[in-house]
Design a protein around this ligand. Structure first.
Ligand code: SF4
Length: 621
């Protein structure tokens, strides 16, 4: 077996209680590497088309990568994947923290959870041993309570727990898997799949070390990176302000989603900015395994909200989703909303987007107080936002409808509500405005998981100069943010493919290492004589498999589109008069398909699959 891996994948059938171990060979690991590569492989290979995402036939895959658990900044991550109950297609999410690293140190590279249990259970893994345990006493607990109880019951405070809250138990379609209480595998509803299997948690403890091919080289790289991160501007900014540090710049440029993406400038932005957090509610910072950046805020407030710092604090996506996009400038209320989402296991992006959607429907007269249990759902109503978070997690009243996501809720509301449902393939749009970052808009449309900002490019990073990540891939020409030329699409293809590589390794995109540094690290860890060509092919391979999964589910070109709102110009602010253009967007999508070897319906061609060494995929869709 290759260095960097355990060579073992745990398979747990919750219907029968059977536990077994797969032992793939080194060729398998080198071809698919980990994270999204393993998730897309197993979902495509092992799921039949048309299965119910919240039924026993779905499988939930937790996957580490080659770098998970290596003591280097950015390596404390894992992927979680399954058929998505939100989109009906390929689902996965990546998450930081400590759990993934602990799983690697406990002897496994991945876990495949099959079937469904009759009663609530949790999985306990320690140094290669795995056991299914009763979780009836944990069902209904918040994530904070559940972690405490498991650690007490198993007598070890070092245990790491990935789990669902009540939102996952109630199968909210955008429930997330939370590990280490404040780290969320947020998108595509993986917590709902876990809840459907009655799997409350996976507790892990490992005392091994990751076997390194060249420990001296890896340790030397780790030291170099640590020194570099102390002086790198982007890393220092993240340490001091977290991702919230960019909120004001987005607002200034008209890129801060406001009132359900109606506007890009929020008059209350300063009150919910990174600076406001630092000045008013920050009590500490936390991070992920082996990472000195520690970009995650811990916040606390007193009455009326009494926000508990155990649950971390709001990052950029949460500040915009529960804040500006709902017209709310009350930072303490947003912090409370963030705490509730982590305690209940809700994706803050989809939760905020669903609330903003309901608010616009209310202001448009599609919903009335009769529909909302008397809630006045006007934009800016912080108390209503908090109440809706509770109602969504518990499946109460209108919360039960919103728990299905904006696409399904719009159908339920009728009366033209679809116009205000901001999603792609059923997944709510993250807090990045595609009229401002236009290639990101193309990335939203073609992504197999629906709108996603994490395996995408953000145009504004490449308007003045090309940083090291894309230069290493042969992209040298800066381009305007509001442009969709073929050169811009090439930038998107290369940039998003590099993100897929990071998601296979599974490595944090916020740690500002260049491809060359990552490759040195992979070589030192695995002993593979690898290079950028081979790794980029790994990225292409995983996305071709994920795309094939969707085609098999009937999700082709007709699903690759953005909400109409983004084709309507802003009426005020710095981007007044700017919108996406239908013709340019469709040309860009065509160009993207052609560049990556997909046919007119967006299906990978046989020749492309053969070139990627995964011709077996052609027989499956
Ligand atoms: S940069 Fe932030 S999110 Fe990334 S590994 Fe470090 S602490 Fe975690």
């Amino acid at each position: 077996m290759s260095y960097g891996y355990n060579g073992k994948i745990l398979r747990v059938d919750l219907s029968s209680g059977a536990i077994s171990v797969d032992e793939p060979d080194e060729g398998f690991y080198r071809h698919y590497v980990g994270g999204r590569g393993l998730v897309s492989y197993f979902l495509l290979r092992e799921l039949a088309s048309g299965i119910e995402p919240l039924g026993p036939e779905n499988k939930l895959v937790f996957a580490n990568g080659a770098l998970t658990g290596v003591p280097v900044a950015g390596s404390g991550r894992n992927s979680v994947g399954a058929k998505s109950p939100l989109t009906g297609g390929y689902g996965d999410a990546e998450v930081g923290g400590y759990w993934g690293a602990e799983l690697k140190l406990a002897g496994y590279d991945a876990i495949i959870v099959e079937g469904e249990s009759e009663r609530p259970v949790y999985l306990w893994i320690e140094d290669g041993k795995a056991e299914i345990k009763d979780a009836r006493h944990l069902w209904g607990k918040t994530t904070g309570e559940c972690e405490k109880l498991i650690r007490k019951e198993l007598g070890d405070r070092g245990i790491r727990v990935a789990q669902i809250g009540i939102a996952g138990e109630n199968q909210v379609r955008y429930a997330c898997v939370i590990n280490d209480i404040s780290h969320a595998a947020g998108r595509t509803g993986m917590g709902a799949v876990m809840g459907s299997k009655k799997l409350k948690a996976i507790a892990v403890r490992g005392h091994q070390k990751v076997a390194l091919s060249d420990a001296r080289a890896v340790n030397s790289l780790a030291r170099q990176f640590r020194d570099w991160l102390k002086i790198n501007r982007s890393a220092v900014n993240l340490s001091e302000n977290g991702t919230a540090g960019g909120l004001m710049a987005l607002n200034t440029a008209s890129g801060l989603p406001t009132r359900n993406f109606q506007e890009g400038v929020f008059e209350g932005a300063e009150k919910i900015s990174g600076e406001a957090i630092n000045e008013n509610i920050l009590v500490g910072r936390r991070g992920c395994y082996a990472c000195p950046i520690r970009c995650k805020p811990e916040v606390a407030t007193k009455k009326p909200y009494n926000v508990d710092p155990t649950y971390g604090g709001p990052e950029y996506e949460t500040l915009a989703a529960l804040g500006s996009n709902c017209g709310i400038d009350n930072l303490e209320a947003i912090a409370k909303g963030s705490e509730l989402c982590n305690a209940y296991g809700l994706d803050t992006i989809s939760t905020g987007a669903c609330i903003a959607f309901a608010m616009e429907c209310f202001e448009q007269g599609i919903l009335t107080e009769q529909d909302t249990d008397g809630l006045k759902l006007n934009f800016g109503n912080a108390e209503a936002m908090l109440k809706l978070v509770e109602m969504i997690a518990r499946g109460e009243g209108i919360g039960m409808v919103l728990a299905h996501g904006v696409a399904r809720a719009a159908v339920a509301f009728g009366n033209g509500a679809e116009e205000f449902a901001m999603h792609v393939k059923g997944q709510e749009i993250p807090m990045h405005e595609p009229r401002y970052k236009q290639a990101l808009g193309v990335g939203y449309t073609i992504s197999p998981t629906g709108a996603d900002h994490c395996h995408n490019i953000h145009d504004t990073a490449y308007t003045d100069r090309i940083p090291g990540d894309l230069r290493a891939l042969g992209v040298f020409q800066p381009l305007p943010s509001q442009e969709l030329s073929a050169a811009k699409v090439r930038m998107l293809v290369y940039g998003s493919n590099w993100q897929h590589v990071l998601n296979c390794l599974v490595f944090c995109q916020f740690v500002p290492l260049r491809p060359g540094q990552i490759i040195d690290l992979v070589r030192g860890v695995t002993g593979w004589d690898t290079n950028i060509w081979e790794l980029m092919k790994v990225g292409e391979r995983c996305i071709a498999m994920a795309r094939a999964f969707n085609i098999r589910e009937g999700m082709g070109r007709s699903e690759d589109h953005l909400p109409r709102r983004f084709f309507i110009p802003f009426t005020s602010g710095p981007l007044e008069g700017i919108s996406l253009d239908d013709g340019e967007m469709y040309r860009a999508i065509d160009t993207y398909y052609a560049m990556v070897g997909w046919d007119g319906d967006g299906a990978p061609t046989l020749a492309k699959l053969q070139e990627l060494g995964i011709e077996w995929v052609a027989d499956l869709f």
